[in-house]
Write a protein that binds this ligand. Structure first.
Ligand code: UDP
Length: 342
């Protein structure tokens, strides 16, 4: 670790491995870490990531982290790892659970072993609200029961158990960050997936003219307008929490924090806000419920605020959607959705 008096934001510059750094969340976190002066190596196999999203001043290694973790960490003198590389589609995980156990659980175990073999003890792990399943009440705190309802959430929860035991037995210092609904854009990076399933980017694709309408999955939930309520968190606020976690991890300790804005918005409210921001009428069609969708998910991030000193600053839905729209509109015909109109 290099101590420096150079006028940078981070007091201690770290050499960090970022897995999945070509994905939406991974590339924004890599960008923010680079802005702080950290030295970033990205490993990505480009199964879902975008080459355009990889920050220019990061070192890029193309490959599957399961295959290259040992070699990369052996040669690198790394201070820490931020682990994003994963499969993350709930529906796909129901159809092909084996992909989620292999690519999420087995891959992470391989990474943990490589970290242990090469004396790297600082880990931030990208986790999810899906570890909680259907909560009894909201807001969701970290001490509430974990009962995932799909293999995606289960694979992420199993990894948390592995991390906790490695922390206790082998001195790993780790933080798992359980994201609620991440949205928005930062710099030149936003949501631009080949296969899009998330509400805000899909609605914005309608505004862009790349889709005809948005389907609302269920309007008979026990909520104020019958549609599901979610807690949307801005990607930059989310990235900031990763920096704080890396800076405060302690060997032998595994911390878990929920990350959300603490406010819930219904699907209809999100669509209305997108209409306001884009000026587009956004036609909707009511559809059946999507399997496995809980009615209401809202985070309590009190623990992250108290223990990490996390201070989210872009918590209103206007900012989140305006930033996402600026990114999507700028992509125009370069968006993955541009030539498909399902
Ligand atoms: N949703 C919807 N239509 C869509 C996509 C999503 O009504 O085309 C709903 C979905 O049922 C959920 C909310 O929007 O209640 C957020 O879904 P998303 O897939 O963005 O995130 P998730 O909550 O599943 O992580």
């Amino acid at each position: 670790m290099l101590l420096t008096n150079h006028p940078r934001k981070a007091k201690t510059i770290m050499k960090l491995l970022v897995t999945g750094g070509a994905g939406y969340v991974g590339s924004v976190c890599a960008t923010v870490l680079l802005e702080q002066g950290h030295d970033i190596t990205i490993v990505d196999n480009f199964s879902t990531g975008n080459r355009d999203a990889v920050p220019a001043n990061a070192t890029l290694i193309e490959g599957d982290i399961r295959d290259v973790a040992g070699d990369v960490l052996a040669g690198g003198n790394f201070d820490g790892v931020v682990h994003f590389a994963a499969r993350s589609l709930v529906g796909e995980s129901m159809e092909r659970p084996e992909d989620y156990w292999h690519h999420n659980f087995v891959t992470t175990l391989t990474l943990l072993d490589a970290m242990r073999n090469h004396g790297v003890t600082n880990l931030v792990f990208s986790s999810t609200a899906a570890t909680y399943g259907e909560p009894d009440r909201v807001p969701i705190t970290e001490d509430m029961p974990t009962a995932p309802t799909n293999p995606y959430g289960a694979s992420k929860l199993a990894i948390d158990y592995a991390i906790t035991s490695y922390a206790h037995a082998h001195g790993l210092g780790a933080t798992s960050l359980r994201y609620f609904n991440v949205a928005g854009a930062y710099g030149s990076v936003g949501e631009n997936r080949e296969v899009e399933t998330h509400l805000i980017p899909l609605v914005l694709q309608v505004a862009l003219g790349h889709r005809d309408e948005i389907f609302i999955f269920g309007d008979d939930y026990p909520t104020k307008d019958g549609t599901c309520i979610r807690d949307y968190i801005h990607i930059k606020d989310l990235a900031d929490a990763h920096v704080l976690a890396l800076e405060s991890n302690t060997p032998g300790t595994h911390r878990i924090f929920n990350l959300g804005s603490g406010d819930g918005y219904s699907v209809k409210e999100v669509i209305d806000k997108c209409r306001e921001v884009t000026g587009h009428p956004i036609p909707v069609t009511m559809a059946d419920r999507r399997a496995g969708d809980p009615a209401v998910l809202i985070a309590s991030s009190a623990r992250a605020k108290a223990e990490l000193g996390w201070r989210p600053s872009r918590t209103d839905l206007d900012t989140i959607i305006a930033d996402a729209w600026a990114f999507t509109a700028a992509l125009g015909d370069h968006a993955h959705s541009a030539h498909r109109k399902p």
